[in-house]
Design a protein around this ligand. Structure first.
Ligand SMILES: Cc1ncc(COP(=O)(O)O)c(C=O)c1O
Ligand SMILES: NCC(=O)CCC(=O)O
Length: 433
């Protein structure tokens, strides 16, 4: 059952002549004709051939209120008419920073950038500058943007990734400086003993431990009970800063991110995506004593578009709504997400297809596996992803758009009827596998 993609195919032909590879991010490369969006509203996208989709990608996370929430669109339009770019101070940046400091447990001081990768870049530089140490520890399968120091192959084949006890960073691209690898230590996630041993091996060298507090780039995986508390203690013992990369989880899993949901406060945290409801704004937040190293100018931080007025207008409108209606909106995300998760399990059981559905309501993963648990990247890498790719394609043909690797992101605009419509498409897509 293939949908009509005549216009999209023609556009892709034109694009390939002027855009390298025909797409503007490697994450948008597609086995077939990529999605060409004409417009979006609420929980839906419409493509250039008139097909509509219930959207569980949401711009890879930003549109937590759905596409085009009127309050955000209004705030953006109003600000655009008052000036799009100042590279100067303005009221809205203070309002957004105040909102971040009141919503996010670790946020005592804030600096803004445009995208998540930049906020991570700032966090790592600050950690190195503040501690005077050279190395950063990250976890297998965790993604922190496309900048050199953390851009290692996200999903390497396990036979390239070293042993579980001693994983190695696998370069994700040509062109990274060899020095980047020397300053990066990679560890298996959700395994406190492994972290403890590795931190002891690098005693006195580690500026920071960075992680997605709920892993959303290799499945959707919650930390095991006690794990984050153990990581927090180890970081304190070693004088290493703990950074939570909340670019996906921020303002999605709870008003104060995964750190609020899970009750562990990092030293620094990065936010992006959902923070500005669809515009591009990111933030580095943290403990005042650490952020002071930026405040004093000892660690440099800059950017022409930082605290971009239009993005700040979007962030202010988005965060105001999420904060003031927190119970209703986060309750809806959780309830609708759980309903969809349960429906997916039922549909797969009825079709006789082993499917693990795990995560939280606002961000969950469908894994084609007989396993009952996925705890880290090694588990995720062991699952055949060919079926996930086919499921993604079959769903897209039936008007449901998910992140190709099997991640589903909910918005507050998704309704119970949307969930029912999605589950009908799921049943048909599973039957077609
Ligand atoms: C956890 C995480 N950190 C950082 C980034 C980088 O953000 P951006 O693509 O806005 O640079 C992403 C997504 O791309 C992400 O998922
Ligand atoms: N979570 C990973 C992404 O969202 C990547 C998006 C992109 O770089 O296009």
């Amino acid at each position: 059952m293939a949908r009509n993609l005549t216009n999209a195919a023609a556009l892709f032909g034109s694009a390939r002549k002027v855009i390298a590879g025909g797409v503007s991010s490697d994450a948008r490369r597609s086995a077939g004709t990529p999605l060409y969006v004409d417009h979006a509203a609420g929980s839906r996208l419409w493509d250039v051939d008139g097909n509509s989709y219930l959207d569980y990608v949401l711009g890879q996370g930003p549109s937590v209120l759905g596409h085009c929430p009127p309050e955000v669109v209004g705030a953006v339009a109003d600000q655009a008419g008052r000036g799009m770019s100042y590279a100067a101070q303005h009221r809205l940046e203070i309002e957004v920073a105040e909102r971040l400091c009141s919503m996010v447990p670790s946020a005592e001081l804030v600096r803004f950038n445009s995208v998540g990768s930049e906020a991570v870049h700032g966090a790592l530089r600050l950690a190195r500058g503040h501690t005077g140490r050279p190395k950063v520890l990250k976890f297998e399968g965790h993604y922190h943007g496309w900048f050199d120091p953390v851009l290692y192959s996200l999903h390497p084949a396990l036979d390239q990734a070293g042993s579980a006890d001693a994983p190695v960073p696998v370069p994700g691209t040509l062109g990274q400086p060899p020095s980047a690898e020397g300053d990066l230590v990679v560890v298996r996630w959700n395994d406190l003993d492994a972290l403890k041993a590795t931190m002891a091996e690098h005693r006195g060298e580690l500026a920071a431990v960075i992680m997605e507090p709920i892993l959303c780039n290799s499945g959707a995986i919650l930390p095991s009970p006690g794990y984050l508390e153990g990581v927090r203690d180890l970081c304190d013992e070693h004088g290493t800063l703990l950074i939570f990369d909340e670019v996906i989880t921020g303002f999605r899993v709870a008003p104060g991110g995964a750190q609020e949901l899970l009750g562990v406060t990092p030293d620094l945290a990065t936010f992006g995506k959902a923070m500005a409801g669809g515009m591009q704004a990111s933030a580095l937040v943290g403990r005042a004593a650490v952020m002071e190293t930026i405040a004093s100018g000892k660690v440099g931080h800059a950017g022409t578009f930082n605290s971009h007025p239009v993005a700040m207008a979007a962030a202010n409108a988005t965060l105001t709504i999420l904060d003031e209606q927190r119970d209703a909106l986060y309750g809806r995300l959780e309830t609708n997400g759980r309903r969809l998760m349960a429906g997916l399990r039922e549909a797969a059981a009825a079709a006789g297809i082993p499917l693990l559905v795990d995560g939280v309501g606002a961000a969950f993963q469908t894994y084609f596996t007989e396993a009952t648990e996925v705890r880290d990247y090694r588990d995720f890498a062991g699952i055949d992803r060919a079926l996930a790719a086919r499921f993604h394609a079959e769903l897209q043909d039936r008007g449901v758009n998910i992140v190709p690797r099997g991640l589903w992101l909910l918005s507050t605009a998704h309704t119970e009827d949307d969930i029912e419509e999605t589950l009908r498409a799921v049943t048909a897509a599973l039957a077609a596998l």
